[in-house]
Design a protein around this ligand. Structure first.
Ligand SMILES: NC(=O)c1ccc[n+]([C@@H]2O[C@H](COP(=O)([O-])OP(=O)(O)OC[C@H]3O[C@@H](n4cnc5c(N)ncnc54)[C@H](O)[C@@H]3O)[C@@H](O)[C@H]2O)c1
Length: 329
């Protein structure tokens, strides 16, 4: 099977490419490398430098790629940025996905796995969150992802698209070749490790008075390789539409637990500054992933905090300047 990976120069997309190649798939990467990295695409993998907002180019690129399926990771992904630049988020995430869907329809490609997010749930009332929980996004990023999910439903009905939209909670960890190199970095684990690399003065904890066992917020983390494997399992099941699928472990980790894991794994002290809660941050977000288990047979095997921190730390030590260390990024 030949698969087009949009956003294959980014964090999760590059790991998905690595796992697809390992599983024997033929891969084509489509990315405009706005926030991705050319060296993240392995030598020998076909690479199309294309902006999904460019409809004609996207239609041409998908047609010429001759693929059987698409994994669609490309997106603008920062919640805070989406609040100050909503137009860009709707353009990249919604218009870009619309162009991709039109291109797939025209090229006769009917299988799609679309990266969605827990942000579609907004502030959930019950935990763990199931796929049937109300979707009430509280920022343009989450809204843009939900809009795409809704577009997929109609494309399935009218054009025979078969799709899955895994909803990720928090993704962490690395492989030997691929890790997290975001600019700006907003994710908790790489931010903590950047403190240890001397790139930030301290690690900020926002809120110590949440109604959680240690007072800090709890989030659900999945190792990026476990996540990529869920996509491959979904690809194999796309003889029918699978719809939204939560990817999490249900056992969240608190910020203090992450700090402890970082110190334990790296054997260093992490300078921490404690501050007030941030507006819009719920105390806990954890997923019910029984649908992923039931439909895909997915069971995360690497998603312990020590494994996620340890693999990320090894990648950061080998790539202190990110992909710049591997050539032009
Ligand atoms: N990282 C997480 O914890 C997380 C959580 C939930 C959902 N997601 C979703 O997973 C996907 C991948 O996230 P990531 O962390 O790897 O992000 P990333 O920023 O590392 O990768 C996104 C990639 O998309 C490319 N891209 C952006 N706009 C494009 C465009 N117009 N045309 C072509 N390519 C474009 C970027 O250059 C980049 O390579 C995203 O859709 C994101 O919304 C990520």
């Amino acid at each position: 099977m030949r698969v087009l990976v949009t956003g294959g120069g980014g964090y999760i997309g590059s790991v998905a490419v690595e796992c697809l190649l390992g599983a024997g798939y033929d891969v084509v990467v489509l990315d405009n490398f706005w926030r991705g990295h050319q060296p993240a695409v392995p030598t020998g993998v076909e690479k199309v430098d294309c902006d999904l907002r460019d409809r004609d180019h996207t239609i041409r690129a998908v047609k010429e790629a001759w693929v059987d399926a698409v994994l669609h990771f490309a997106a603008a992904t920062l919640v805070g940025e989406s609040v100050v630049q909503p137009a860009e988020y709707f353009e990249i995430n919604v218009v870009g996905s619309h162009n991709l869907l039109v291109a797939m329809r025209d090229a006769g490609v009917s299988k799609l796995v679309f990266s969605s997010t827990a942000a579609v749930y907004g502030m959930p009332e019950t935990l763990p969150i199931t796929e049937t929980a109300p979707t009430v996004p509280i920022n343009p990023y989450g809204r843009s992802k939900l809009m795409v999910e809704q577009m997929l439903e109609w494309h399935a009905g009218a054009y025979g698209l078969r799709y899955a939209c895994p909803r990720y909670f928090n993704v962490a960890g690395a492989t030997e070749q691929h890790g997290e190199d975001h600019e700006p970095e907003t994710h908790v684990i790489p931010v903590a490790l950047q403190v240890l690399l001397g790139k930030r003065p301290h690690f900020s904890v926002f809120g110590t008075d949440y109604p959680t066992p240690d007072g800090t917020a709890i989030r659900d983390y999945v190792h990026v390789v476990d996540l990529a494997e869920a996509h491959i399992l979904a690809l194999k099941r796309l003889d029918e539409t699978l719809g939204p699928i939560n990817l999490g472990t249900r056992d969240g980790f608190s910020v203090r637990q992450i700090v402890a894991a970082v110190e334990r794994v790296t054997r260093r002290d992490l300078p921490v500054e404690y501050g007030p809660r941030r507006e819009g941050d719920p105390p806990a977000l954890v997923a019910d992933s029984s649908k992923a288990h039931r439909l895909l047979g997915w069971t995360p095997t690497r998603s312990t905090m020590d494994e996620m921190v340890g693999s990320a730390w090894r990648w950061f030590q080998a790539h202190p300047h990110g992909y710049q260390d591997d050539g032009q990024s």
